[in-house]
Design a protein around this ligand. Structure first.
Ligand code: SF4
Length: 359
């Protein structure tokens, strides 16, 4: 695959998708310029997570495949190649929509064998990407999970989540929920370059505050920290200070992880936008998907220093599940984070995150 020369290739890509089972139609609308939605009839909604994955949840739901948030570092890019689409522009613009996902989910949750394990959303692609404004799949998914008493978590960069805060508050009375916002940098210009389809960092900080004001827990996934772009003391200090100010109940940070798919796309971005860093990146990631051990140890030290400075516990865990209202307002974080509960976040990753990549 030649990454440098990739262009959208709608016609061929759609042909590939239409060859897949379950595609009902492909749609383009002026409101979503450059994006094609491939509506499919899904046979299943719940995906089992392998016990060896190391993930703290047993199941996931992905109402969408591909993600218009278009983060250049996205771990999930490679999963698009399973659809005979590419992990670059196709991942950003050829989106698969499981239009019947809630209906299928309700059937699956009604099975006597359903064991009410933690269901995670946002672990592969973002459930509150822009498409959700058009398809509105999440409200019925949340209702189905809450009605069945199934604990669930949502990780997102999408401020569209605010639409569902009343519903989440209600769901949080029936079952335990975990909320996570993904935010690892504050510079709006840099965010526009590396996460071009996402709401601004300021908008995501405001979303953290709105969730906390609503009495919902809200962790932040400050990942990935980008070598030479967001790993400086000034950036980390400002980031963790802003997260504490917004009321985040915990933070998990992690160094950039470049698994296949993400690796090629991200490094082509560095070559194009920051050619002076290309050699440094090649050296830092010469051992594979992970930055060198020395770099990760150094970064863990800086992250933990600034987390402590702003009142966050240094422990890194995934989103803790709680009933809504277990904490009130922003009190905990205004005091500098919730030291009584672990820091938390989900992973925007189909990939496995080892303990030494999260801190
Ligand atoms: S990192 Fe998350 S928000 Fe960004 S493109 Fe991937 S799934 Fe979407």
């Amino acid at each position: 695959m030649r990454w440098e020369a990739q262009e959208p290739k709608a016609a061929g890509s759609e042909d590939a998708l239409l060859a897949l089972q379950g595609v009902v139609r492909s749609v383009r609308t002026p409101e979503f310029a450059g994006i094609t939605f491939h509506e499919v009839i899904a046979k299943s909604a719940l995906n089992k997570v392998g016990k060896t994955s190391g993930m703290p949840f047993g199941w996931t739901i992905n109402p969408y495949r591909g993600c218009s948030h278009a983060c250049v570092y996205c771990f999930a890019r490679k999963t698009h190649t399973y659809l005979d689409l590419d992990a670059g522009m196709d991942f950003d613009s050829q989106l698969v929509v499981k239009t019947n996902v809630a209906e299928v989910l309700r059937r699956e949750l009604a099975r006597p064998s359903w064991n009410h394990e933690h269901v995670a959303m946002g672990t592969n692609t973002d459930p509150y990407q822009r498409a959700e404004g058009r398809y509105q799949l999440m409200p019925d998914i949340i209702r189905a999970l809450a009605a069945s008493g199934t604990p669930f978590s949502i990780l997102t960069k999408g401020t569209l989540l605010a639409r569902d805060i009343p519903l989440l508050k209600s769901a949080g009375q029936d079952t335990e929920i975990g909320m996570g916002i993904s935010l690892a940098l504050l510079d709006p210009d840099l965010a526009h370059r590396v996460e071009p389809g996402t709401p601004t960092p300021k908008a995501r900080l405001e979303l953290v505050s709105r969730l906390r004001d609503a009495g919902l827990p809200c962790s932040v996934m400050a990942m990935p920290i980008l070598p030479w772009l967001t790993d400086g003391d000034e950036s980390l200090d400002a980031l963790f200070g802003a997260l504490a100010g917004a009321g985040a109940t915990g933070v998990t940070a992690g160094a950039l992880h470049l698994r296949p798919g993400a690796r090629e796309w991200y490094l082509s971005f560095i070559n194009r936008e920051y050619p002076q860093l290309a050699g440094k990146y090649a050296q830092l990631y010469s051992g594979g998907s992970y930055a060198s051990k020395e770099y990760r140890q150094w970064l863990a030290g800086r992250v933990n220093f600034f987390k402590k400075k702003h009142g966050f516990t240094s422990k890194a865990e995934f989103m803790p599940l709680r009933k809504a209202g277990a904490e009130s307002g922003q009190a905990a974080a205004k005091a500098g984070g919730d030291a009584s509960t672990p820091a938390a976040s989900g992973a925007s990753a189909a990939g496995k995150l080892s303990a030494d990549t999260l801190f």
